[in-house]
Write a protein that binds this ligand. Structure first.
Ligand code: ARG
Ligand code: ZN
Length: 879
């Protein structure tokens, strides 16, 4: 597929380019079979590098046919250039020159969804990270920034809307029913931020007045049948624009901001300058078609992409090793935005849950890498939870170290210093240091080291001396390529509780919460004037992305759950308690012993349900048992069957013991009111549906009947979806026919709505009553599309990633199935294949039988001709 076997590239080898591109003028002539691209580029020599003679100009380009190439008007003959599968090499004779390159591409045949491709009846692009090289020969690297002018020509009837970055500067009709639009983007940008869209699209429009009083036009483009689903994204966009002005002083800089929704997209969305392109599932919503979770995801992703205009576009990355510079920072920004728009603690809990159940797993596996990797084979494999979510945690730690105002000083300096530049993670840290006069030398190890650090905490109380001593040891497990680790600077936020649950002053100032800066392998912190043995509340707000061990008793955890002034730690104590109890039961399942649920969990959950003072969203989070994935991480050798059985047992026992309370809370919240995607209403629905989720675990009809009634009367997708999935997963036999009927009705009703049908697929694929046969059957459904990423993720991804007992069936059928799908998809869309394969990569953690089965299919995959994406994942997993 490639020139040779894929090779790794290294951060240490970074060099500036030999030439810069001042201006890029592109003409796209979109045709029925192929598209002609004419590119005019103005180059000049990079004089900050030493050259004995003019170096060759090495442009990258793949999957295209070169028609002609000229330098300064001289058409180059075949003897004057070199061309290979991935490169076009020219020899300039002046320090400044202009190239005109004509090439043909076939977007209609592009199944990889990078570069220019077609989705339903439209054309669109995805250029990050290295998709631009599938459009034309170029210096496709983020440190080459250029001013783009783009002309798009197409049939006017079929493609009335022609979009690119910046402002439209010319429109005109041509012969043969064709027309042309030219766009100019005055801001220099790297090629990965280029975008083009053509299609029969409609839009909703609004305006936003910026803080300096400029009016910006806002447009969301969709296929006509989706025009009623844009309102929430528009509201979210306006909120984001205002928030970035208020919190970061950042104003939007073009006259128009556009969002386009497309059905075929590898990721969530893309921040192309002035023209964001979104996976339709991350932008379209109407109360009857989208759940609360989708509404919230849209708000977060619209914000994320919008925030990139500064953190990513105005200041971009020097090279792809620096990806977390823009992604970690922007995820931190969108998380704070969501926290401000909704419940701060709930947002934190959700993010930490994601981090601990998925990023920690990645950081302990064969693909573990620092947030700034020092090598990669395929950059697309590094759009990871580590770069994004752990990257955001690292930025959050800086925020906590320098404080809110210090952080703003730091970002002001960063944007001022580097506006219009392509920079590194270190430049970001440096701006924080310079603005605040702090030393982050040790802290920088978070950028270069992989693995999740461990804090082992012990304590001692000396009654006579009235002294409390907290000893903290740090360590970090080895990860591939990093056998021994340097120290980390770990901010550990903590407090102490007295016997009444009151916060104790930590020093003379009376402070009851503070951050301990952990910088040694082992350190002891002494608190004086402590007149009774305290209970420590540790890692408040999850102040660092670490594992923290402290020997809490179950009573301690129940106590913290009730009294800790830190909301996050109240939740975390509840999780610790549940994990402790479930893991003990896992041991019993393995030994074939009888299972009995510890009454402390029942009491704790009962108290939570009865506590009217708590935010309802928080109650729902507290009642949420740790996921099977997170529980699996607690085991040396993962026993997925035992985990599933123990967790189900706990759910069922809680439902039985708390049935009356659950029914009461359910009924109290089951009120008919117009749908609003607002925090309080979402909280009520979430709690109600959480109660329903418990009630359908009972081996009797109560829950089933409630779910059935809710399904029949649901006034919005959140309630309808929840009821349907409760019916599908319910325990009692009476649910089977009702579930069948609901699923059928749902499919009939929503057959035409691709995003809704995806939820229908994933509900069934993730349901523990359904095995592989069901998934195979659903793959034959007329609404399924074997090439579409959303469909594949909804079915194959949900089954292999969430329906763990069935995916890991002892027969190995799940593994064989996934391997077949990965091989099939890899030939079409490597990025998608590399995401889907993930569940196979942790094979070393399972029992011997499964280990062998998984290893066998990985080796089978290795026999095929592979993309660099799959090549890298498979070879690293087998290593
Ligand atoms: N920059 C996009 C974001 O905001 C992600 C796009 C990555 N695309 C890819 N094909 N690797 O998260
Ligand atoms: Zn991003």
């Amino acid at each position: 597929m490639k020139d040779a076997q894929p090779r790794a590239i290294y951060l240490k080898d970074y060099q500036q380019p030999d030439y810069w591109i001042e201006t890029t003028h592109l003409v796209f002539d979109l045709g029925d079979e192929s598209t002609r691209v004419t590119s005019t580029l103005k180059f000049h020599l990079n004089t900050s590098k030493k050259h004995d003679q003019l170096p060759p100009l090495e442009l990258v380009g793949t999957d295209m046919e070169l028609i002609s190439v000229a330098i300064d008007g001289q058409v180059q003959t075949k003897e004057q250039y070199q061309i290979s599968k991935e490169r076009l090499i020219l020899q300039p004779v002046f320090e400044q020159f202009e190239t005109v390159i004509v090439n043909d591409i076939k977007p209609q045949e592009n199944t990889s969804l990078e570069g220019l491709y077609s989705s339903s009846s439209m054309f669109c692009t995805q250029c990050e990270a290295e998709g631009f090289r599938k459009i034309t020969y170029y210096l496709d690297r983020p440190d080459v920034m250029s001013v783009f002018t783009t002309t798009v020509i197409a049939d006017k009837e079929r493609f009335p809307v022609l979009l690119s970055n910046g402002n439209a500067i010319e429109r005109k009709d041509l012969d043969n029913g064709r027309h042309l639009v030219t766009w100019n983007d005055p801001f220099k940008k790297p090629a990965y931020l280029f975008a083009l869209v053509a299609g029969k699209l409609e839009f909703v429009e609004d305006t936003f007045t910026t803080m300096s009083g400029r009016e910006v036009t806002l447009r969301i483009f969709v296929e006509p049948h989706n025009i009623t689903k844009c309102d929430h994204a528009m509201v979210s966009l306006k909120k984001s624009m205002r928030w970035d002005e208020e919190v970061y002083g950042r104003e939007y800089d073009l006259d128009i901001f556009m969002i386009v929704a497309v059905d075929d997209f590898n990721m969530g969305a893309m921040e192309n300058k002035g023209l964001n392109i979104f996976n339709s599932s991350c932008v379209l919503a109407r109360p009857d078609t989208a759940t609360d979770a989708t509404f919230q995801r849209i708000e977060a992703i619209v914000a994320h992409e919008y925030f990139h205009n500064w953190s990513g576009n105005r200041v971009t990355c020097r090279d792809w090793f620096q990806l977390s510079l823009k992604e970690g920072f922007t995820v931190f920004r969108d998380a704070e935005f969501s926290a401000d728009m909704n419940s701060r603690t709930v947002k934190r809990v959700e993010d930490v849950n994601l981090l601990r159940s998925h990023q920690f797993v990645e950081d302990a596996g064969p693909m573990a890498h620092p947030i700034r990797p020092d090598s990669f084979i395929e950059i697309n494999n590094f759009y990871t939870l580590t770069v994004y979510e752990k990257g955001a945690e690292v930025v959050r730690m800086i925020h906590n170290i320098v404080g809110k105002e210090g952080f703003r000083k730091g970002t002001d300096l960063y944007f001022e210093r580097h506006d219009g530049q392509a920079v590194t993670c270190d430049d970001f840290v440096k701006a924080m240091e310079d603005a605040n006069g702090v030393d982050l030398t040790l802290f920088r190890n978070w950028y270069s080291q992989a693995g999740t650090p461990v804090l082992d905490v012990t304590d001692e109380y000396d009654e006579d001396a009235q002294e409390y001593r907290l000893t903290v040891k740090q360590s970090c497990p080895a990860t591939p390529g990093q056998e021994t680790k340097k120290l980390f600077h770990i901010p550990l936020e903590m407090g102490l509780l007295d016997g009444e649950g009151e916060p104790m002053p930590l020093d003379k100032s009376g402070l009851t919460t503070k951050v301990l800066d952990i910088k040694q392998p082992e350190e002891t912190f002494v608190f004086t004037g402590v007149d009774e043995r305290p209970l420590p509340s540790l890692l408040r707000g999850f102040s660092a992305p670490v594992h923290l061990n402290y020997d809490y008793s179950r009573e301690d955890l129940v106590f913290l759950m009730s009294y800790d002034e830190d909301g996050f730690n109240r939740w975390d104590s509840c999780q610790r308690l549940a994990i402790d109890i479930i893991m003990e039961l896992v041991g019993k399942v393995q030994k074939g012993e009888e299972l009995v649920l510890d009454s402390s969990l029942i009491e704790a959950f009962g108290k939570v349900l009865a506590d009217d003072s708590l935010d309802k969203a928080m109650v729902a989070e507290l009642l949420h048992l740790p996921s099977e994935t997170y529980l699996a991480e607690q085991m040396e050798v993962i026993d997925i069957d035992a985990i599933h059985q123990a967790r189900q047992f706990v759910k069922q026992s809680l439902a039985a013991a708390l049935k009356d309370q659950l029914v009461a809370v359910y009924n109290e919240l089951n009120i008919d009111k117009p749908y609003k995607p607002e925090a309080d209403d979402i909280a009520e629905r979430t709690l109600k549906n959480t109660c329903l989720g418990y009630l359908v675990e009972l081996d009797e009809e109560t829950g089933v009947q409630l779910a059935q009634a809710q399904y029949a009367g649901a006034g919005n997708m959140t309630d309808s979806m929840a009821a349907m999935s409760c019916l599908a997963s319910a325990e009692h036999a009476s649910s089977r026919p009702l579930a069948e009927k609901a699923l059928q009705e749902f499919a009939d009703k929503w057959a035409e709505d691709t995003n809704v049908i995806d939820m229908w697929f994933s509900t069934q694929a993730a349901c523990h009553h359904n095995g592989l046969e069901k998934v195979k059957e659903l793959m034959q459904h007329k609404a399924f599309d074997k090439k579409n990423p959303n469909k594949m993720r909804s079915l194959v991804g949900a089954f292999c990633g969430r329906n763990l007992v069935n995916f890991h069936d002892k027969s190995g059928s799940g593994y064989e199935f996934l391997a077949d799908e990965v091989i099939r998809i890899d030939a079409l869309n490597p990025q998608l294949a590399a995401r889907l394969i993930n569940p196979l990569t942790r094979w070393k953690r399972y029992d011997e039988e499964r280990r062998e089965l998984m290893q066998k299919v990985l080796k089978r995959i290795q026999q095929h001709e592979l993309s660099s994406d799959i090549f890298e994942v498979v070879s690293k997993s087998l290593a």
